[in-house]
Design a binder for this molecule. Structure first.
Ligand SMILES: [Zn+2]
Length: 336
């Protein structure tokens, strides 16, 4: 029996994009493969059906599906909002079941016959985001966003604010990496681990007086198992990634439970101390199609583990969308 007041809020984002972004050989092709998008939708359809029977309805998670809409999608599929248009009925159906549809823009740019992460040309970035958001708005009114590669800059923050978005959950506190060949990466060194309104001078800093009107909701971190932490520099060298070492990594709900247990126990102990805690996590449709570190089975296993842990500890597990969590935070904070 759950104790009154003890609850964990669970927010699950899905960076919803075709399986196989322009990485590896695909980095040199400007042709999009529709079957990669169809595979993403098929995986999500199967997952949402499986969740209905695998998880008791009172613990049912709500997904925040963040649809791609950006210059890359327009270049390869002829429509910024291809994902929303091609699969409108499926996503509208999920929305009517209580899930949320948000936005996931990337900054890929076709330059010198290959896809490159454009993280410097501010006018390209503004155009990509402005057009991407407007085209998605023909189908869904997105209020929440997660950026590709979790990339962020002050200019991107201002752009997201100007588009009227309410919540961003790109932040990964303490995580900084840079891929060398294509140029993608992110820098969240020093960012708070709980919700905050970012300073106009530095998106990684909380500001009470001069803040961007967009709530930043950082992804929950989990402690990386020691063995993986030792192996990571080798894998990074192979993938041409420079990384600031961290004991932690962002929680992915479709990753092997071995990685996620530490964050689940941490959420329960915070909840026991404060009466409430929050788990923010994310996954990609491509994670569901794997069968090693990530898989659809791991998503289900993680959910079942979390439900049984919460039952044992007498904690309510409440599935929420990103916008619901942001709105609840704003109401609670305005009362304080
Ligand atoms: Zn992405």
């Amino acid at each position: 029996m759950a104790l009154a007041g003890k609850e964990i809020k669970l927010i699950i984002g899905c960076d919803c994009e075709p399986v196989g972004d322009p990485i590896g050989p695909a980095a040199f092709s400007r042709r999009g493969r529709r079957e990669n998008w169809d595979l993403a939708v098929r995986s999500l359809r199967t997952l949402t059906e499986r969740l209905k029977t695998a998880v008791p309805s009172e613990f049912a998670p709500k997904l925040t599906i963040l649809l791609r809409s950006d210059t890359y999608m327009n270049d390869v599929f002829g429509d910024y909002a291809y994902c929303a248009r091609a699969s409108y009925e499926f996503f509208d159906g999920l929305r009517s079941e209580g899930h949320e549809i948000g936005w996931h823009p990337h900054l890929w740019r076709w330059l010198n016959d290959r896809w490159t992460a454009e993280v410097n040309d501010v006018s390209f970035m503004k155009d990509c985001f402005g057009r991407g958001f407007n085209c998605l708005s023909d189908y869904f009114q997105a209020k929440s966003v997660r950026t590709g590669w979790n990339f962020m800059s002050n200019e991107i923050m201002y752009t997201l604010e100007s588009l009227g978005l309410q919540a961003d959950f790109s932040a990964q506190p303490g995580i900084k990496f840079q891929e060398i060949t294509q140029g993608y990466g992110c820098d969240w060194i020093g960012a708070p681990t709980d919700f905050y309104f970012p300073s106009r001078g530095d998106y990684r800093t909380r500001s009470a007086t001069d803040a961007v009107h967009l709530l930043e909701m950082p992804i929950t971190l989990t402690e990386t198992p020691d063995l993986v932490r030792w192996i990571r520099p080798i894998a990074d060298r192979f993938r041409k990634i420079q990384r600031v070492p961290s004991r932690y990594e962002p929680l992915n709900i479709a990753k092997n439970l071995m990685f996620n247990k530490a964050a689940f126990f941490e959420a329960v102990s915070k909840c026991n101390a404060r009466g409430m805690s929050c788990i923010l996590t994310s996954f990609h449709p491509s994670d569901l199609t794997h069968a090693r570190l990530f898989s659809m089975d791991f998503f289900i296993i993680n959910m079942k583990f979390l439900v049984s842990l919460c039952r044992k500890e007498g904690v309510r597990l409440i599935g929420m969308t990103a916008t619901q969590a942001a709105e609840e935070f704003l109401v609670t904070n305005s009362q304080e």
